[in-house]
Design a protein. Sequence first.
Length: 373
Amino acid sequence: MKNLLKNTYLSFRKILLLGLVKRITVSRIDPDSVDSILVIRLDRIGDLVETIPAIKAIKKIFPQSRITALLNRSTVALAKLVPEIDETIVYQGFFTSLSALKKRKFSLVVDFLMDYTLKTALLSHLSGAKITSGFDIESRGSCFNAGLQPSVEPKLMSEHLLDLARFLSKLSGNDEGEIPDINPVLILTQESREFARQFYNKNGIQDEELIFGLAPGAKFPSQCWKEERFAQLADKIADKYRARIVIIVSKENEARGNSISSLMKNKPVIAAGLPLDKLSGLISSFKLMVANNSGPLHMAVALGVATVSTMGPTVPYLWWPQGENHIVIRRDLSCSPCNKAFCFVHRCLELVSVEEMEKAVEIIMSRINDRAQ
């Protein structure tokens, strides 16, 4: 029934858009005419992190342009770690934000959402920009004059987003060989480093101590490994490596962090609800981070921090951390990946044991120590 309603809605929407939205497809872009670019990313932390290579590519395609990012309030601080973003605008609702965008008269708007929902596509179309670009999924392409069908090839989300940058590069007559590496990189600020130093000093953690991070939260319950297993693993790590444990959680997941702390014999330090630029400073100092598939995991990878993570119902080829210092533990079941937010059975994460996560930590630590010798 749910799929029937969705398909009916999408069919009606397609007819409506074809009747209401008038656009002329762009066959070529004069790069010298693009001096102001808006990139739209109104979703979560990981989505913004995975967009970094595409933003860098767009800056190379249009080097004289000023890049503004329209972001949610919760992710705007992370833009401080992306040098190619010159300015940010905080999303404040559709009509208020649209009014602000129309006044700016952007040359190019790029909507990086790879989904069928319309909000950001309509913002792009109605912004008044000369060129609007985004993924043409379920008639969203009606809102863009430089729309692109996403590739059906299984690949990383960062690669899909780079496809959109490559498409713009082709329209601009630029060399696609200039497109950067697919791996996102966050550039830590001195302010973020100083915050971490003060945070550790305040919480009694010395410079020479080994610090392991725990990121036990996630957007949806189906993505979360059990609290007691996080606590057991953290105690094993603290004992084996004589390490301090720092639990990082959002305000929404603070109760989860406190619960894990109460189950541990080696009491951790909890950092809850920090702005993402400050949180980046803490993450960058971790020897290794244990996490669910979540925004902090993608931040750690982009900061060059080793990780061991779980993956439940998420599509693996889209969100798999890249690099030899990352191990993901997941179960390839007949029901996964289902992408469900809630699951009553939750076998994909129930079957992930403390012992195999501990073994993954040992493997990563051995790699790190071998390289240090």
